[in-house]
Write a protein that binds this ligand. Structure first.
Ligand code: SIN
Length: 523
Protein backbone atom coordinates (compact mmCIF):
# COMPACT_ATOMS: atom_id res chain seq x y z
CA UNK A 1 0.00 0.00 0.00
CA UNK A 2 1.73 3.25 -1.04
CA UNK A 3 1.50 6.38 1.08
CA UNK A 4 2.27 9.89 -0.08
CA UNK A 5 5.61 11.22 1.24
CA UNK A 6 5.43 13.34 4.42
CA UNK A 7 7.12 16.32 2.70
CA UNK A 8 7.17 17.30 -1.00
CA UNK A 9 8.15 20.40 -2.91
CA UNK A 10 4.59 20.73 -4.14
CA UNK A 11 1.30 19.11 -3.20
CA UNK A 12 -1.45 19.28 -5.80
CA UNK A 13 -4.96 18.33 -4.72
CA UNK A 14 -6.99 17.20 -7.72
CA UNK A 15 -6.12 15.41 -10.89
CA UNK A 16 -8.04 17.06 -13.76
CA UNK A 17 -6.51 19.25 -16.44
CA UNK A 18 -5.51 22.10 -14.10
CA UNK A 19 -3.97 19.83 -11.44
CA UNK A 20 -2.04 17.82 -14.02
CA UNK A 21 -0.88 20.97 -15.83
CA UNK A 22 0.35 22.39 -12.50
CA UNK A 23 2.16 19.14 -11.70
CA UNK A 24 3.76 19.07 -15.16
CA UNK A 25 4.81 22.73 -14.97
CA UNK A 26 6.44 22.17 -11.56
CA UNK A 27 8.07 18.86 -12.53
CA UNK A 28 9.62 20.54 -15.57
CA UNK A 29 11.25 22.95 -13.11
CA UNK A 30 12.72 19.98 -11.24
CA UNK A 31 10.27 19.88 -8.31
CA UNK A 32 8.99 16.66 -6.74
CA UNK A 33 5.19 16.71 -6.94
CA UNK A 34 2.66 14.77 -4.90
CA UNK A 35 -0.78 14.70 -6.52
CA UNK A 36 -3.65 13.65 -4.25
CA UNK A 37 -7.05 12.68 -5.57
CA UNK A 38 -10.02 11.46 -3.61
CA UNK A 39 -11.16 9.45 -6.64
CA UNK A 40 -10.46 5.73 -6.92
CA UNK A 41 -8.60 6.22 -10.21
CA UNK A 42 -6.53 9.17 -11.49
CA UNK A 43 -8.67 9.58 -14.62
CA UNK A 44 -11.84 10.28 -12.60
CA UNK A 45 -12.18 14.05 -12.79
CA UNK A 46 -14.52 16.65 -14.20
CA UNK A 47 -12.15 17.08 -17.15
CA UNK A 48 -12.72 13.51 -18.28
CA UNK A 49 -16.39 14.22 -18.93
CA UNK A 50 -15.91 17.41 -21.00
CA UNK A 51 -17.33 16.88 -24.44
CA UNK A 52 -17.11 20.11 -26.45
CA UNK A 53 -13.36 20.82 -26.64
CA UNK A 54 -10.66 23.36 -25.84
CA UNK A 55 -10.04 26.77 -27.39
CA UNK A 56 -6.89 26.74 -29.51
CA UNK A 57 -5.52 28.88 -32.34
CA UNK A 58 -8.48 29.53 -34.65
CA UNK A 59 -8.86 30.53 -38.27
CA UNK A 60 -8.15 34.26 -38.76
CA UNK A 61 -8.02 34.45 -34.99
CA UNK A 62 -6.05 36.64 -32.60
CA UNK A 63 -5.60 37.12 -28.86
CA UNK A 64 -7.60 40.34 -29.12
CA UNK A 65 -10.54 38.63 -30.83
CA UNK A 66 -10.59 35.86 -28.24
CA UNK A 67 -10.34 38.36 -25.38
CA UNK A 68 -13.27 40.30 -26.84
CA UNK A 69 -15.44 37.17 -26.97
CA UNK A 70 -14.51 36.21 -23.39
CA UNK A 71 -15.34 39.68 -22.09
CA UNK A 72 -18.64 39.83 -24.01
CA UNK A 73 -19.69 36.48 -22.49
CA UNK A 74 -18.62 37.66 -19.01
CA UNK A 75 -20.67 40.86 -19.41
CA UNK A 76 -17.55 42.96 -18.75
CA UNK A 77 -17.16 41.82 -15.15
CA UNK A 78 -13.96 40.01 -16.16
CA UNK A 79 -10.48 40.89 -14.88
CA UNK A 80 -8.96 42.36 -18.06
CA UNK A 81 -5.34 41.49 -17.27
CA UNK A 82 -6.16 37.88 -16.68
CA UNK A 83 -8.28 37.64 -19.86
CA UNK A 84 -5.58 39.20 -22.06
CA UNK A 85 -2.87 36.97 -20.63
CA UNK A 86 -4.94 33.85 -21.24
CA UNK A 87 -6.08 34.92 -24.71
CA UNK A 88 -2.60 35.89 -25.90
CA UNK A 89 -0.60 32.97 -24.44
CA UNK A 90 -3.11 30.15 -23.81
CA UNK A 91 -3.73 28.89 -27.36
CA UNK A 92 0.02 28.50 -28.03
CA UNK A 93 0.32 26.37 -24.87
CA UNK A 94 -2.45 24.14 -26.24
CA UNK A 95 -0.35 23.61 -29.36
CA UNK A 96 2.96 23.10 -27.60
CA UNK A 97 1.84 21.03 -24.59
CA UNK A 98 -1.31 19.22 -25.69
CA UNK A 99 -0.74 18.75 -29.42
CA UNK A 100 3.05 18.51 -29.73
CA UNK A 101 4.27 17.07 -26.43
CA UNK A 102 1.31 15.11 -25.04
CA UNK A 103 0.12 14.08 -28.54
CA UNK A 104 -3.63 14.45 -27.83
CA UNK A 105 -5.44 12.96 -30.85
CA UNK A 106 -7.67 15.95 -31.70
CA UNK A 107 -10.00 15.37 -34.68
CA UNK A 108 -8.55 16.35 -38.07
CA UNK A 109 -10.06 16.94 -41.49
CA UNK A 110 -9.22 15.08 -44.71
CA UNK A 111 -6.15 17.28 -45.21
CA UNK A 112 -4.78 16.35 -41.79
CA UNK A 113 -5.50 19.82 -40.36
CA UNK A 114 -7.10 20.24 -36.96
CA UNK A 115 -10.90 20.20 -37.30
CA UNK A 116 -11.90 23.48 -35.70
CA UNK A 117 -15.42 23.63 -34.36
CA UNK A 118 -17.48 26.59 -33.20
CA UNK A 119 -19.73 27.08 -30.20
CA UNK A 120 -22.16 29.79 -29.17
CA UNK A 121 -20.69 33.32 -28.82
CA UNK A 122 -17.34 32.53 -30.48
CA UNK A 123 -16.62 34.90 -33.37
CA UNK A 124 -14.48 32.35 -35.25
CA UNK A 125 -13.92 28.61 -35.41
CA UNK A 126 -11.21 27.95 -32.84
CA UNK A 127 -12.19 24.89 -30.76
CA UNK A 128 -10.03 21.77 -30.92
CA UNK A 129 -12.03 18.63 -30.15
CA UNK A 130 -11.79 14.89 -30.32
CA UNK A 131 -15.29 13.96 -31.51
CA UNK A 132 -17.40 14.43 -28.35
CA UNK A 133 -14.74 12.77 -26.18
CA UNK A 134 -12.37 15.74 -25.88
CA UNK A 135 -12.02 15.69 -22.09
CA UNK A 136 -11.32 11.98 -22.00
CA UNK A 137 -8.56 12.30 -24.62
CA UNK A 138 -6.96 15.25 -22.83
CA UNK A 139 -7.09 13.55 -19.43
CA UNK A 140 -5.59 10.32 -20.75
CA UNK A 141 -2.93 12.17 -22.76
CA UNK A 142 -1.84 14.35 -19.84
CA UNK A 143 -1.67 11.39 -17.45
CA UNK A 144 0.53 9.54 -19.92
CA UNK A 145 2.74 12.61 -20.40
CA UNK A 146 3.05 13.22 -16.63
CA UNK A 147 4.20 9.63 -16.20
CA UNK A 148 7.16 10.33 -18.51
CA UNK A 149 8.60 13.10 -16.35
CA UNK A 150 11.29 11.02 -14.66
CA UNK A 151 9.17 9.94 -11.71
CA UNK A 152 8.85 13.50 -10.43
CA UNK A 153 5.04 13.33 -10.37
CA UNK A 154 3.44 10.75 -8.11
CA UNK A 155 -0.33 10.40 -8.05
CA UNK A 156 -2.13 8.96 -5.03
CA UNK A 157 -5.81 8.00 -5.41
CA UNK A 158 -8.23 7.47 -2.45
CA UNK A 159 -6.72 10.51 -0.68
CA UNK A 160 -9.32 12.97 0.58
CA UNK A 161 -7.90 16.28 1.80
CA UNK A 162 -9.76 17.29 4.96
CA UNK A 163 -8.34 20.66 5.95
CA UNK A 164 -5.42 22.97 5.30
CA UNK A 165 -2.75 23.10 8.00
CA UNK A 166 -1.38 26.57 8.75
CA UNK A 167 1.31 27.57 11.22
CA UNK A 168 -0.92 30.19 12.93
CA UNK A 169 -3.92 27.89 13.38
CA UNK A 170 -2.42 24.51 14.12
CA UNK A 171 1.07 24.79 15.61
CA UNK A 172 1.36 24.05 19.32
CA UNK A 173 4.42 26.34 19.43
CA UNK A 174 3.04 29.59 20.84
CA UNK A 175 5.60 31.61 18.83
CA UNK A 176 4.10 30.46 15.52
CA UNK A 177 0.98 32.53 16.08
CA UNK A 178 3.14 35.69 15.81
CA UNK A 179 4.92 34.62 12.63
CA UNK A 180 3.46 35.41 9.20
CA UNK A 181 0.50 33.17 8.36
CA UNK A 182 1.31 30.38 5.90
CA UNK A 183 -0.33 27.20 4.60
CA UNK A 184 2.16 24.42 5.22
CA UNK A 185 0.27 21.19 4.64
CA UNK A 186 -2.93 19.22 4.72
CA UNK A 187 -4.74 16.73 6.88
CA UNK A 188 -5.50 13.91 4.45
CA UNK A 189 -7.79 10.91 4.92
CA UNK A 190 -6.60 7.69 3.31
CA UNK A 191 -9.99 6.20 2.48
CA UNK A 192 -8.54 2.69 2.23
CA UNK A 193 -7.79 2.38 5.94
CA UNK A 194 -9.47 5.44 7.45
CA UNK A 195 -6.14 6.87 8.66
CA UNK A 196 -5.54 10.62 8.68
CA UNK A 197 -2.03 11.77 7.74
CA UNK A 198 -0.30 15.13 8.07
CA UNK A 199 1.27 15.89 4.68
CA UNK A 200 3.50 18.92 4.14
CA UNK A 201 4.57 20.85 1.07
CA UNK A 202 6.60 23.95 0.24
CA UNK A 203 3.51 24.99 -1.73
CA UNK A 204 0.00 23.58 -1.95
CA UNK A 205 -2.12 23.91 -5.07
CA UNK A 206 -5.86 23.26 -4.90
CA UNK A 207 -7.23 21.96 -8.20
CA UNK A 208 -10.35 20.36 -6.84
CA UNK A 209 -12.82 21.34 -9.57
CA UNK A 210 -16.29 22.76 -9.33
CA UNK A 211 -19.47 22.78 -7.34
CA UNK A 212 -21.98 20.94 -9.55
CA UNK A 213 -22.45 18.24 -6.91
CA UNK A 214 -24.13 20.84 -4.71
CA UNK A 215 -27.13 20.83 -7.10
CA UNK A 216 -29.83 18.28 -7.81
CA UNK A 217 -29.13 18.39 -11.55
CA UNK A 218 -25.51 18.74 -12.63
CA UNK A 219 -23.26 17.88 -15.53
CA UNK A 220 -20.40 17.26 -13.06
CA UNK A 221 -19.70 13.95 -11.36
CA UNK A 222 -21.03 13.96 -7.79
CA UNK A 223 -17.38 14.21 -6.61
CA UNK A 224 -17.65 17.96 -7.37
CA UNK A 225 -18.68 19.06 -3.88
CA UNK A 226 -16.64 22.27 -3.72
CA UNK A 227 -14.02 20.63 -1.47
CA UNK A 228 -11.22 23.07 -2.26
CA UNK A 229 -13.43 26.11 -1.92
CA UNK A 230 -14.76 24.94 1.39
CA UNK A 231 -11.28 24.07 2.77
CA UNK A 232 -9.82 27.38 1.60
CA UNK A 233 -12.74 29.27 3.15
CA UNK A 234 -12.28 27.51 6.49
CA UNK A 235 -8.59 28.43 6.40
CA UNK A 236 -9.46 32.08 5.81
CA UNK A 237 -8.75 32.51 2.07
CA UNK A 238 -10.90 34.99 0.13
CA UNK A 239 -13.69 33.63 -2.09
CA UNK A 240 -14.93 35.72 -5.02
CA UNK A 241 -17.95 35.85 -7.39
CA UNK A 242 -19.64 32.86 -5.77
CA UNK A 243 -23.10 33.78 -7.10
CA UNK A 244 -22.01 32.97 -10.66
CA UNK A 245 -22.94 29.35 -11.25
CA UNK A 246 -23.37 28.61 -14.94
CA UNK A 247 -26.23 26.26 -15.83
CA UNK A 248 -25.98 24.18 -18.99
CA UNK A 249 -29.28 23.85 -20.86
CA UNK A 250 -29.05 20.16 -21.66
CA UNK A 251 -28.14 17.10 -19.62
CA UNK A 252 -29.76 13.72 -20.09
CA UNK A 253 -32.94 13.27 -18.06
CA UNK A 254 -33.21 9.61 -17.18
CA UNK A 255 -33.92 7.61 -14.05
CA UNK A 256 -30.80 5.48 -14.43
CA UNK A 257 -28.26 8.02 -15.70
CA UNK A 258 -27.19 11.01 -13.67
CA UNK A 259 -25.02 13.98 -14.62
CA UNK A 260 -24.59 13.21 -18.32
CA UNK A 261 -24.04 16.25 -20.54
CA UNK A 262 -25.65 16.53 -23.96
CA UNK A 263 -23.13 18.83 -25.62
CA UNK A 264 -24.07 22.23 -26.96
CA UNK A 265 -22.40 21.17 -30.21
CA UNK A 266 -25.44 18.97 -30.88
CA UNK A 267 -27.52 22.15 -31.03
CA UNK A 268 -24.67 23.80 -32.94
CA UNK A 269 -25.08 21.11 -35.61
CA UNK A 270 -28.86 21.65 -35.82
CA UNK A 271 -30.48 19.89 -32.84
CA UNK A 272 -33.87 21.42 -31.92
CA UNK A 273 -35.45 21.94 -28.50
CA UNK A 274 -39.10 20.91 -28.23
CA UNK A 275 -41.61 20.48 -25.43
CA UNK A 276 -43.84 17.48 -24.77
CA UNK A 277 -46.19 18.67 -27.56
CA UNK A 278 -43.32 18.82 -30.07
CA UNK A 279 -43.41 22.64 -30.14
CA UNK A 280 -40.13 24.59 -30.64
CA UNK A 281 -40.72 26.71 -27.56
CA UNK A 282 -37.56 28.84 -27.96
CA UNK A 283 -39.59 30.96 -30.41
CA UNK A 284 -41.36 32.36 -27.33
CA UNK A 285 -38.13 33.27 -25.55
CA UNK A 286 -35.57 34.27 -28.21
CA UNK A 287 -37.05 34.07 -31.73
CA UNK A 288 -33.87 35.37 -33.36
CA UNK A 289 -31.31 32.99 -31.91
CA UNK A 290 -33.64 30.12 -30.93
CA UNK A 291 -31.63 27.09 -29.70
CA UNK A 292 -28.32 28.96 -30.09
CA UNK A 293 -29.20 31.80 -27.73
CA UNK A 294 -26.71 32.24 -24.84
CA UNK A 295 -26.59 29.33 -22.44
CA UNK A 296 -28.16 31.10 -19.48
CA UNK A 297 -31.10 32.29 -21.63
CA UNK A 298 -31.75 28.80 -23.00
CA UNK A 299 -31.51 27.32 -19.48
CA UNK A 300 -34.05 29.85 -18.16
CA UNK A 301 -36.36 29.22 -21.12
CA UNK A 302 -36.30 25.46 -20.46
CA UNK A 303 -36.83 25.99 -16.73
CA UNK A 304 -39.84 28.21 -17.43
CA UNK A 305 -41.20 25.82 -20.03
CA UNK A 306 -40.97 22.92 -17.58
CA UNK A 307 -42.74 25.04 -14.99
CA UNK A 308 -45.44 26.21 -17.46
CA UNK A 309 -46.18 22.69 -18.73
CA UNK A 310 -45.68 20.92 -15.39
CA UNK A 311 -43.13 18.52 -16.93
CA UNK A 312 -39.81 17.35 -15.52
CA UNK A 313 -37.88 17.73 -18.80
CA UNK A 314 -37.99 18.97 -22.40
CA UNK A 315 -36.56 17.23 -25.48
CA UNK A 316 -33.62 17.72 -27.81
CA UNK A 317 -34.44 16.45 -31.26
CA UNK A 318 -31.34 15.47 -33.27
CA UNK A 319 -33.18 13.49 -35.94
CA UNK A 320 -32.89 16.15 -38.64
CA UNK A 321 -29.12 16.60 -38.27
CA UNK A 322 -27.57 15.68 -41.57
CA UNK A 323 -24.54 13.71 -40.41
CA UNK A 324 -23.66 10.33 -39.00
CA UNK A 325 -24.49 10.94 -35.33
CA UNK A 326 -22.76 7.81 -34.13
CA UNK A 327 -19.53 8.95 -35.74
CA UNK A 328 -19.61 12.64 -34.71
CA UNK A 329 -21.13 12.11 -31.23
CA UNK A 330 -20.03 8.60 -30.20
CA UNK A 331 -20.16 9.33 -26.45
CA UNK A 332 -23.69 10.74 -26.50
CA UNK A 333 -24.87 8.07 -28.92
CA UNK A 334 -23.52 5.28 -26.75
CA UNK A 335 -24.75 6.65 -23.42
CA UNK A 336 -28.27 7.23 -24.77
CA UNK A 337 -28.30 3.80 -26.44
CA UNK A 338 -27.35 2.25 -23.08
CA UNK A 339 -30.72 3.36 -21.71
CA UNK A 340 -32.65 2.49 -24.85
CA UNK A 341 -32.68 5.91 -26.58
CA UNK A 342 -31.68 5.86 -30.26
CA UNK A 343 -30.80 9.51 -30.90
CA UNK A 344 -31.17 9.15 -34.67
CA UNK A 345 -34.78 8.02 -34.24
CA UNK A 346 -36.18 9.72 -31.15
CA UNK A 347 -35.79 13.00 -29.21
CA UNK A 348 -33.55 12.98 -26.14
CA UNK A 349 -35.17 13.97 -22.80
CA UNK A 350 -33.08 16.79 -21.33
CA UNK A 351 -33.00 19.04 -18.28
CA UNK A 352 -30.74 22.03 -17.49
CA UNK A 353 -28.06 21.46 -14.89
CA UNK A 354 -25.40 23.22 -12.83
CA UNK A 355 -22.35 23.07 -15.08
CA UNK A 356 -19.57 25.47 -14.19
CA UNK A 357 -18.55 27.68 -11.28
CA UNK A 358 -17.35 31.06 -12.58
CA UNK A 359 -16.41 32.18 -9.07
CA UNK A 360 -14.03 30.49 -6.66
CA UNK A 361 -10.97 31.07 -4.50
CA UNK A 362 -9.61 34.50 -5.37
CA UNK A 363 -6.17 34.25 -7.00
CA UNK A 364 -3.60 36.51 -8.61
CA UNK A 365 -2.11 35.90 -12.05
CA UNK A 366 0.28 33.27 -10.64
CA UNK A 367 -2.45 31.36 -8.80
CA UNK A 368 -1.63 32.66 -5.30
CA UNK A 369 -4.61 32.90 -3.00
CA UNK A 370 -4.87 35.42 -0.15
CA UNK A 371 -3.41 32.71 2.14
CA UNK A 372 0.38 32.56 1.61
CA UNK A 373 1.61 29.11 0.57
CA UNK A 374 -1.79 28.19 -0.87
CA UNK A 375 -2.46 28.39 -4.61
CA UNK A 376 -5.57 27.49 -6.57
CA UNK A 377 -6.11 26.69 -10.24
CA UNK A 378 -8.89 25.57 -12.59
CA UNK A 379 -12.56 25.72 -11.70
CA UNK A 380 -11.91 25.98 -7.98
CA UNK A 381 -10.03 29.27 -8.52
CA UNK A 382 -11.45 32.63 -9.52
CA UNK A 383 -8.90 34.08 -11.95
CA UNK A 384 -11.42 36.70 -13.03
CA UNK A 385 -11.34 35.33 -16.59
CA UNK A 386 -15.04 34.50 -16.66
CA UNK A 387 -16.52 37.55 -15.01
CA UNK A 388 -20.27 37.02 -14.74
CA UNK A 389 -20.47 34.18 -17.25
CA UNK A 390 -18.18 31.81 -19.10
CA UNK A 391 -17.57 31.45 -22.80
CA UNK A 392 -18.01 27.84 -23.98
CA UNK A 393 -14.88 25.68 -24.19
CA UNK A 394 -12.74 28.22 -22.35
CA UNK A 395 -12.58 26.33 -19.06
CA UNK A 396 -10.15 23.64 -20.20
CA UNK A 397 -7.94 26.39 -21.62
CA UNK A 398 -8.06 28.33 -18.36
CA UNK A 399 -7.25 25.19 -16.33
CA UNK A 400 -4.36 24.28 -18.61
CA UNK A 401 -2.81 27.73 -18.87
CA UNK A 402 -3.12 28.97 -15.29
CA UNK A 403 -2.42 25.49 -13.90
CA UNK A 404 0.83 25.20 -15.84
CA UNK A 405 1.80 28.77 -14.96
CA UNK A 406 1.13 28.26 -11.23
CA UNK A 407 3.10 25.00 -11.24
CA UNK A 408 6.11 26.67 -12.86
CA UNK A 409 6.02 29.71 -10.58
CA UNK A 410 5.52 27.65 -7.42
CA UNK A 411 9.21 26.77 -7.76
CA UNK A 412 10.06 30.39 -6.84
CA UNK A 413 7.59 30.97 -4.02
CA UNK A 414 7.72 27.75 -1.98
CA UNK A 415 9.05 27.60 1.59
CA UNK A 416 9.77 24.15 3.01
CA UNK A 417 8.23 23.78 6.51
CA UNK A 418 11.06 23.05 8.92
CA UNK A 419 11.11 19.81 10.88
CA UNK A 420 10.70 21.85 14.08
CA UNK A 421 7.51 23.38 12.73
CA UNK A 422 6.22 20.03 11.50
CA UNK A 423 6.84 18.47 14.91
CA UNK A 424 4.71 21.17 16.49
CA UNK A 425 1.62 20.22 14.45
CA UNK A 426 -0.70 17.80 16.25
CA UNK A 427 -2.03 14.66 14.66
CA UNK A 428 -5.67 14.66 13.63
CA UNK A 429 -7.86 14.24 16.69
CA UNK A 430 -10.52 11.58 16.38
CA UNK A 431 -13.57 11.72 18.68
CA UNK A 432 -13.17 9.60 21.80
CA UNK A 433 -16.14 7.49 20.86
CA UNK A 434 -16.79 7.50 17.16
CA UNK A 435 -20.35 6.96 16.07
CA UNK A 436 -20.88 4.75 13.05
CA UNK A 437 -22.43 6.88 10.37
CA UNK A 438 -25.92 6.07 9.30
CA UNK A 439 -25.46 6.27 5.51
CA UNK A 440 -29.13 7.10 4.99
CA UNK A 441 -28.77 10.31 7.03
CA UNK A 442 -25.71 11.42 5.06
CA UNK A 443 -27.36 10.62 1.73
CA UNK A 444 -30.63 12.29 2.59
CA UNK A 445 -28.99 15.43 3.96
CA UNK A 446 -26.95 15.78 0.77
CA UNK A 447 -30.00 15.19 -1.42
CA UNK A 448 -32.04 17.71 0.53
CA UNK A 449 -29.31 20.34 0.15
CA UNK A 450 -29.06 19.61 -3.56
CA UNK A 451 -32.77 19.96 -3.99
CA UNK A 452 -32.99 23.22 -2.04
CA UNK A 453 -30.08 24.67 -4.03
CA UNK A 454 -31.80 23.68 -7.28
CA UNK A 455 -35.11 25.23 -6.25
CA UNK A 456 -34.01 28.29 -4.26
CA UNK A 457 -30.47 29.22 -5.40
CA UNK A 458 -30.89 27.89 -8.90
CA UNK A 459 -31.48 29.17 -12.42
CA UNK A 460 -34.07 31.79 -11.42
CA UNK A 461 -33.55 33.36 -8.00
CA UNK A 462 -35.53 35.79 -5.89
CA UNK A 463 -35.23 37.22 -2.41
CA UNK A 464 -37.78 34.91 -0.81
CA UNK A 465 -36.19 31.80 -2.23
CA UNK A 466 -32.67 32.89 -1.23
CA UNK A 467 -33.84 33.70 2.31
CA UNK A 468 -35.43 30.30 2.58
CA UNK A 469 -32.28 28.63 1.22
CA UNK A 470 -30.10 30.44 3.72
CA UNK A 471 -32.22 29.61 6.73
CA UNK A 472 -32.41 25.94 5.71
CA UNK A 473 -28.65 25.88 5.10
CA UNK A 474 -27.94 27.42 8.50
CA UNK A 475 -29.93 24.65 10.09
CA UNK A 476 -28.07 22.00 8.06
CA UNK A 477 -24.66 23.56 8.82
CA UNK A 478 -25.30 23.36 12.52
CA UNK A 479 -26.53 19.79 12.35
CA UNK A 480 -23.83 18.52 10.00
CA UNK A 481 -21.05 20.12 12.03
CA UNK A 482 -22.04 18.42 15.23
CA UNK A 483 -22.54 15.18 13.36
CA UNK A 484 -19.06 15.59 11.78
CA UNK A 485 -17.39 16.00 15.16
CA UNK A 486 -18.79 12.75 16.49
CA UNK A 487 -18.93 10.41 13.52
CA UNK A 488 -16.39 8.13 11.90
CA UNK A 489 -14.84 9.92 8.90
CA UNK A 490 -15.74 8.85 5.38
CA UNK A 491 -15.57 10.44 1.96
CA UNK A 492 -19.35 10.87 1.86
CA UNK A 493 -19.41 12.62 5.22
CA UNK A 494 -16.58 14.96 4.26
CA UNK A 495 -18.35 15.77 0.99
CA UNK A 496 -21.53 16.51 2.90
CA UNK A 497 -19.69 18.94 5.16
CA UNK A 498 -18.09 20.65 2.15
CA UNK A 499 -21.40 20.71 0.28
CA UNK A 500 -23.13 22.70 3.00
CA UNK A 501 -20.24 25.21 3.23
CA UNK A 502 -20.12 25.69 -0.55
CA UNK A 503 -23.91 25.94 -0.85
CA UNK A 504 -23.93 28.61 1.86
CA UNK A 505 -21.17 30.60 0.13
CA UNK A 506 -23.08 30.56 -3.18
CA UNK A 507 -26.36 31.51 -1.52
CA UNK A 508 -24.89 34.33 0.56
CA UNK A 509 -23.17 35.80 -2.51
CA UNK A 510 -26.41 35.50 -4.51
CA UNK A 511 -28.34 37.23 -1.76
CA UNK A 512 -25.93 40.13 -1.64
CA UNK A 513 -26.24 40.83 -5.37
CA UNK A 514 -29.65 42.17 -6.41
CA UNK A 515 -28.63 42.75 -10.02
CA UNK A 516 -29.21 40.16 -12.68
CA UNK A 517 -25.98 39.84 -14.60
CA UNK A 518 -24.54 36.96 -16.62
CA UNK A 519 -25.52 33.65 -15.09
CA UNK A 520 -26.83 35.23 -11.86
CA UNK A 521 -30.50 35.89 -12.55
CA UNK A 522 -32.80 37.50 -9.98
CA UNK A 523 -36.49 38.19 -10.67
C1 SIN B 1 -20.66 21.50 -24.15
O1 SIN B 1 -20.05 20.68 -24.83
O2 SIN B 1 -21.82 21.81 -24.35
C2 SIN B 1 -19.97 22.13 -22.96
C3 SIN B 1 -18.77 22.87 -23.38
C4 SIN B 1 -18.40 23.85 -22.31
O3 SIN B 1 -19.11 24.02 -21.33
O4 SIN B 1 -17.39 24.52 -22.48
Amino acid sequence: MSHPPIVSDLIVVGCGISGLAAAIGAAEEGLSVTVLTKADEPWQSNTYYAQGGIVGNGQDDSGDKLAKDIIAAGVGLNWRESVHLLASEGPDLVDSLLVDRAGIPFSRNGKGELDLTREAAHSVRRIYHHKDLSGRSIQEGLLAYAAQLEGRINIYPHMQALDIITNNHHSTDSQERYRPLRAIGLYVLDARNNEVMNIYGSSIILATGGVGGVYQHSSNPSLASGDGISMAYRAGAAILNAEFVQFHPTTLFHRDVKNFLISESLRGEGGLLVNLDGERFMSRYNPDMMELAPRDEVSRAIYREMDRTGTACVFLDARQIDMNLEDRFPGIHEKCASVGIDISREPIPVVPAAHYFCGGIKVDLEGHTSLPGLLAVGETACTGVHGANRLASISLLEGLYFGYRAGKRSADSGVTPSSRLRKSIPEWIFPVEEDDIDPILVKNDRNTIRSLMWNYTGIIRNRKRLNRALSDLNYFSHRINSFYREARLSRKLIELRNTVVTASLITRAAKSNDNSIGCHYVE
